[in-house]
Design a protein around this ligand. Structure first.
Ligand code: SF4
Length: 476
């Protein structure tokens, strides 16, 4: 399930210092994978830090790690799981196999950089796939249709479980890759098949298999009117609730439709009435779940609540915020963070600032409320909120995370044309519209926007005191 993440595994590793070379005779596993025609398994070392444990063990950049203590190293995840304080390593270097010994005492890092995981792609053709609804010339990673349990475990990407082999199920359970994030959508195999562009797509037995193997799952239902709403949703919740606590949480999010749907299935957004009915269904199952499990278990996304015209619930409603990355509870969490900053952070800070917060239309009224609360309590702080229309993807896309640099820049220019006397200490962009390289969807950077406007422009970095006063930690 495609999400906006950077597809780069961080440096993995444990620890080490002095080297002890020993032979490692057990390379049977390497031949096993060749004999059974399994995909090539090894991890390439890209860089070795000087005097690091890997260097002292005589590992070199370009080496390919084949096995640790006789166990095949399939990918970078195995490095995390198979490395110990003392590891016998089988390498391939210039076509030859070499045995080395790596010592990593006291949790020290090996001192290597490894090739990133190669992302596996999906075998579905979902009617609502966001990748198919994007215009050309955006960041290349936005066109990747990912379906990779490793990225689900590492980064919380949702996956359908379609096309995952029995061997991969075993690996997930053996390595305890938990929690995983699964796009369930519905438990009806035929309806799910229609949604995923397949004949049939059963999911219940797969969920049970993982849960029986000790894997915790967080599920999502992307609600597509006419497919999996109403009675189909109720039936799904009915079948899924007994999977708690293995199915630890479930989110219900409305379908996202852009204006780029030429040649794709005719779909429509959820109406306000449908959003209300959906929230009612969710609430009735929250009640049942509370009575039987002591958890609300199923949560409507913020977008769904806003669409239904409902208030954002209080903090305790979201329990541990199990699906905040999926837009469930972000508004409440934001409010709580601001409150905390006001109570703790601002006391030690210079309390003034003229700030402009840029956001999408769906969060605008909530942020406006927060901004006026702040201004009432601290009269020297003046925060304005600028909702930006998403011209790139269409007016139905209202979340801040999908705003591009050009739309933001054009809105800001319009704003300053209208209010030429306005002047801000800082303009903040929403954090989730920026990727790990600090770029927006269309590769604009905050610095470029800043240069065009003659105003300081930054993406919000999690420091709420700075977001409120415009003063970063070092200047306060
Ligand atoms: S086709 Fe479906 S599973 Fe594949 S990336 Fe798109 S939404 Fe995700």
């Amino acid at each position: 399930m495609t999400q906006l993440v950077a597809y780069q595994l961080p440096k993995l590793g444990v620890a080490g210092s002095s080297p002890v070379s020993r032979s490692c005779p057990d390379n049977v596993g390497v031949y096993y994978h060749k004999a059974y025609n399994l995909p090539p398994m090894s991890v390439k070392l890209l860089n070795i830090d000087t005097d690091s444990p890997a260097d002292l063990a005589k590992m070199r950049s370009g080496d390919r790690i084949l096995s640790f203590n006789g166990k095949l190293v399939e990918d970078a995840l195995d490095l995390q799981f198979l490395l110990g304080e003392r590891t016998e390593v089988l390498l391939e270097r210039d076509g030859n196999q070499i045995n080395l010994s790596l010592n990593l005492p006291d949790g020290s890092e090996p001192g290597w950089e490894i090739e990133p995981l190669e992302l596996r792609t999906c075998k579905c053709n979902c009617v609502f796939c966001f990748v198919d609804q994007q215009p050309p010339n955006l960041r290349s990673t936005l066109y990747i249709k990912d379906e990779d349990y490793r990225f689900s475990f590492l980064f919380g990407n949702y996956l359908t479980l379609v096309g995952i082999s029995g061997r991969e199920f075993e690996r997930i359970i053996r390595m305890k890759l938990s929690p995983l994030y699964v796009s369930i959508h519905t438990v009806d195999p035929v309806v799910r098949g229609k949604l995923l562009g397949l004949k049939s797509a059963p999911v219940l037995s797969k969920l049970r298999k993982l849960i029986d193997g000790g894997i915790e799952i967080h599920g999502q239902i992307v609600l597509v009117p006419g497919y999996n709403d109403g009675k189909v949703l109720e039936d799904s919740l009915n079948e899924l609730l007994p999977l708690y606590p293995g199915l630890a949480s479930l989110s219900v999010v409305p379908i996202g439709l852009t204006k780029h749907r030429k040649g794709l299935n005719r779909l429509r957004p959820l109406s306000v009435d449908e959003a209300e009915i959906t929230v009612d269904i969710v609430r009735s199952y929250q009640k049942k779940a509370m009575e039987t499990c002591g958890s609300r278990w199923v949560f409507p996304s913020d977008e769904l609540l806003i669409k239904a015209g409902l208030e954002i619930p209080q903090d305790d409603y979201y329990e541990e915020y199990p699906q905040i990355e999926n837009g469930v509870g972000i508004a409440r969490w934001t409010y709580e963070q601001v409150e905390q900053a006001l109570e703790e952070g601002l006391n030690q800070s210079v309390i003034n600032g003229r700030i402009l917060w840029v956001t999408g239309h769906s969060a605008a009224s909530f942020l406006q409320q927060i901004a006026s609360d702040i201004s009432e309590r601290f009269i020297e702080i003046n925060i304005e909120v600028l909702p930006v229309q998403n011209r790139l993807l269409g007016s139905q896309v209202t979340v801040a995370g999908l705003l591009c640099g050009k739309d933001i820049l054009d809105s800001l220019k319009d704003y300053f044309r209208t209010y030429s006397q306005r002047n801000f200490d800082k303009i903040y962009l929403p954090p989730d519209c920026i990727n790990y390289d600090g770029l927006l969807l269309d590769n604009y950077s905050p610095e470029e926007i800043s240069a065009e406007l003659d105003h300081l422009v930054e993406a919000f970095d999690g420091d709420w005191v700075s977001m409120i006063t415009g003063q970063s930690g070092s200047n306060r």
